[in-house]
Each structure stands twice: as structure tokens, then as C-alpha cells.
Ligand binder design. Structure first.
Ligand SMILES: [Zn+2]
Length: 189
């Protein structure tokens, strides 16, 4: 096949050369609310062409590569004195795959156990192209049955942080502790 980025022939949908040059993750930290941080690995502009692949059939292969370059490495270096659970936000599927479920799956490690379909949005509305005001008026209205867990929230992209904070709030209302959130990219860096 051809590399999605440089269009050279490649065994993977993003060739090794592009993975090693364009997709070197760097660690970004952003405070979403007092003492609560989101960590991300890329700026949105850096990987926009790959992130938008989630709308296409080959998106699962792209996200598997991105996740192994970033989330997997993070998980391998993550130390904590008890088991932490990773929960993907918005796991409803587009083309037979959920990009947040893929990211979350790559966190599986000594201290992190991914749990799937634990946070259900009862309002599946598309936010792309809409402003903060629209998002505020159209909350996801998450539901969860999780209780008493330590949690890492996972999403592909953080923009305003409103969705992540909404998910955090509902989890906290069931006595869970959300340690931080982890996204592939940050739209504000
Ligand atoms: Zn390439």
C-alpha cells in the first residue's frame, strides 16, 4: 500500500520513515480546571491529516499506529501504587471502530486496565465545526455504572476540555477519582 503521508510504498499505512520523523510524540500538559490536567502527545496541526482518518475506513490502522507510538509508551513508563482504569470518552463507533477504544486499549500495562463501554453519551451530537456555546447547550449527558475506581480518561482530541470535564464530573458523582485525562492531540498547542 501507499503511505498516507508521503505516498511511498509501505507495509503499513504510515511508513516507518514518517513514523520516525513526523510522529515523534512530545508530552504536553494543560490545566483544564484547578489541579486537573490533560496530557497529550501531539499538537492537532501536526497530526490533523491522521486524526481526521477516523472518519474513514482505514482509520483503525492509523489509530493503532498513533496509539502504539504514544499511549503504549506512556503506559510502559506509568507507575502507580494501585490499579488504575482507563476509560474512553465517546466510544460509539464510526466505521466499525472506536478511536478512543483503540487508544485506551494501548494503555494496558502493569498498573492500567482498560475498561470499555463504561461511559455512554446519551446525546450523540456532532461537535465538529461548532463553537463552545453550542457545546455548552448540547452536553453529552454521560451515564456510567462505574463506582469507586481510580480512572484515566481517554479521548483523541482536547479542544475546550468541556467534554472531558463533563465526563469527569459524572464519574466523580459515583465516587470515582479521575487522576487526569490523556489525549492524542491538543487543539490549543
Ligand atoms: Zn511515509
Amino acid at each position: 500500500m501507499k503511505c498516507l503521508s508521503c505516498e511511498q510504498l509501505s507495509f503499513q499505512i504510515i511508513c516507518k520513515e514518517c513514523q520516525n520523523t513526523l510522529l515523534i510524540p512530545s508530552f504536553h500538559k494543560r490545566e483544564l480546571e484547578h489541579d486537573f490536567f490533560n496530557y497529550s502527545f501531539y499538537s492537532f496541526s501536526e497530526i490533523e491529516e491522521f486524526i481526521t482518518s477516523k472518519y474513514y475506513f482505514h482509520g483503525d490502522r492509523v489509530f493503532n499506529i498513533l496509539a502504539s507510538l504514544s499511549f503504549k509508551k506512556f503506559a510502559q513508563g506509568f507507575e502507580f501504587d494501585e490499579l488504575v482504569y482507563s476509560i474512553g470518552i465517546d466510544e460509539h463507533t464510526r466505521h466499525e471502530f472506536s478511536q478512543t477504544a483503540i487508544l485506551s486499549r494501548y494503555l494496558k500495562s502493569k498498573n492500567i486496565k482498560p475498561l470499555f463501554n463504561q461511559l455512554k453519551a446519551t446525546n450523540i451530537i456532532k461537535y465538529a465545526g461548532h463553537d463552545l456555546e453550542f457545546r455548552k447547550k448540547n452536553r453529552r449527558k454521560f451515564k456510567t455504572n462505574l463506582t469507586n475506581k481510580k480512572i484515566i480518561l481517554v479521548d483523541d482530541l482536547v479542544t475546550t476540555g468541556a467534554t472531558i470535564l463533563e465526563a469527569k464530573k459524572i464519574l466523580e458523582s459515583k465516587n470515582n477519582e479521575v487522576l487526569f485525562s490523556l489525549t492524542l492531540a491538543d487543539a490549543k498547542i
